[in-house]
Design a protein around this ligand. Structure first.
Ligand code: LFR
Length: 474
């Protein structure tokens, strides 16, 4: 039996889990859960990175003897170190407005087609490439750039490096060559020296430094799929190939797992990403705005989630529909007001009750999933028999049912803590547990976790009509 510490930093919280893995055993115990929201200082949204580091250490100290530690977090964000390895300023959160207009500026110099041909990445205004371009002075002063899990791994071990799945989200990584894109980095005038040596999920980063961490010295820190979505996709309890997934949390990452990137014009026009997965797989997916809109509404309303979902279940269907991926929903703020504004702009009467607003958000998400799933299948030429919904959103029964109805395939919901499970599984394998490949890891998730099935209900024609209402005729 292996006992490992899994650190998973998500948008609603960070947590440290104890993972236990053995033959027919895969379980998690939460050791510590802590706040992981951005801190606004003079207008800039920052990570609270030292608070996180301390909370991580506090959690790991509660684990008892462990065989290793692995860390995952959301993608694209990073810390810059000076030549002596000191952090240059607090990392900035990707929802900060410093990237406003930067993508357009970069695209005026490097055509989107050139970027896509190399990186295969979805255009998102907060990709690392645009964040770095937004702060050229700091970048120029830096000795190295570390993605957040790599930064925390560096503090624990003293070892610099760049884990591959997260590096693949920077839009500075060559997805076919599986290396930093020197050509792109140079073309953008970024210093090549700041991009550290790449490491694979499963590589040992180093051993925990004694003394200041308060942890037993010598515990190995293992690079997992340090992009949380890469770890989550490891834990999709699928068998075979004919599946799609939604990693459902603050974001909904909707897509397929492929053996090779799809870099066609069609894939680029549909704005699909080809992110690097564990074991060299490709996560061919699109970011759909996810539960963020609802989370931000609740921050303003202060209502209990279950009450809202009950009211939404009773609200009339297809009353108001929005495009959840509209850019105005990206930054934190007064989401109920932004929702109403979009309704007015699109000639719809804004929802009159909170239940109706939540219904609108969930139906609109299901509609965006449907569109994304169909387009992924077309572009990648892949048939799908089942849609796995993993992550926190898999607990949202109304959303899961609407997703099955909209997509017209059965939904299998669970596990909830997919990122932490994927993190634990990759560590266990690196420690010698007989989990030779993703199939074996997924079989272990299936045999240890119960899933909930939602079969499509209702009339497909209603969703066809809804889709042309919001997105025009296909
Ligand atoms: C999900 C996620 C997505 C990424 C977004 C921003 O937590 O990692 O995969 O696009 O956050 O980093």
């Amino acid at each position: 039996m292996k006992r490992v510490g899994a650190v998973d930093l998500g948008a609603s919280s960070g947590r440290v889990m104890l993972g236990e893995v053995g033959p027919e055993v895969l379980q998690l115990r939460e050791l510590n859960r802590f706040w992981n929201g951005p801190v606004r200082v003079h207008g800039t949204l920052h990570w609270d990175i030292l608070h996180l580091y301390r909370s991580i250490l506090d959690g790991l100290r509660l684990a008892g003897p462990i065989d290793s530690i692995g860390i995952d977090a959301w993608a694209v964000d990073y810390g810059l170190l000076d030549a002596d390895g000191r952090l240059l300023g607090n990392p900035v959160h990707y929802r900060d407005s410093r990237t406003d207009g930067v993508m357009e500026r970069v695209l005026a110099e490097v055509p989107a087609a050139d970027l896509y041909a190399v990186t295969g990445l979805q255009q998102l205004p907060f990709n690392t490439i645009y964040q770095l371009t937004a702060e050229p002075a700091t970048g120029a002063a830096a000795g190295s750039l570390l993605m957040i899990p790599d930064l925390l791994g560096y503090w624990l071990t003293g070892e610099l490096g760049a884990e591959r799945t997260n590096a693949s989200t920077t839009q500075l990584y060559d997805v076919r060559a599986r290396a930093w894109s020197d050509a792109l980095i140079t073309r953008l005038g970024l210093p090549r020296r700041i991009f550290p040596r790449l490491r694979e999920p499963g590589d040992v980063i180093g051993n925990v430094v004694p003394d200041e961490t308060g942890l037993a010295p010598g515990i190995p820190v293992i690079a997992v799929g340090s992009h949380d979505t890469a770890s989550a996709v490891v834990a999709v309890p699928a068998s075979g190939e004919r599946f799609a997934y939604i990693s459902s949390g603050t974001w909904s990452l909707v897509g397929l797992e492929l053996d090779a990137p799809v870099l066609t014009d069609e894939a680029r026009d549909a704005n699909f990403t080809n992110e690097g997965g564990v074991d060299g797989r490709i996560r061919f997916l699109r970011n759909v705005m996810g539960l963020w809109i609802l989370q931000e509404c609740r921050r303003i309303w202060g209502d209990d989630l279950d009450d809202l979902l009950r009211a939404a279940a009773e609200a009339p269907p297809f009353a108001v529909l929005i495009d959840p991926d509209a850019p105005e929903f990206l930054a934190p703020g007064n989401m109920p007001a932004r929702l109403d504004e979009q309704c007015v702009r699109t000639g719809q009467e804004p929802p009159r009750t909170r239940g109706a607003a939540v219904r609108c958000i969930l139906e609109s998400l299901a509609l965006a999933y449907r569109r994304t799933l169909h387009s992924a299948q077309n572009v990648a030429d892949r048939d799908v028999d089942v849609l796995h919904v993993i992550g926190g959103g898999s607990q949202n029964e109304l959303l899961c049912q609407l997703t099955a109805d909209a997509c017209g395939v059965p939904v299998l919901a669970g596990p909830v803590e997919a990122s932490a499970l994927g993190n634990v599984l990759v560590q266990a394998r690196a420690l010698g547990e007989p989990l030779p490949d993703l199939d074996a890891m997924r079989a272990l998730v299936r045999s240890t976790h119960s899933l909930r099935r939602y079969d499509p209900q209702g009339k497909p024609a209603d969703w066809d009509a809804a889709e042309s209402r919001v997105f025009g005729t296909r």
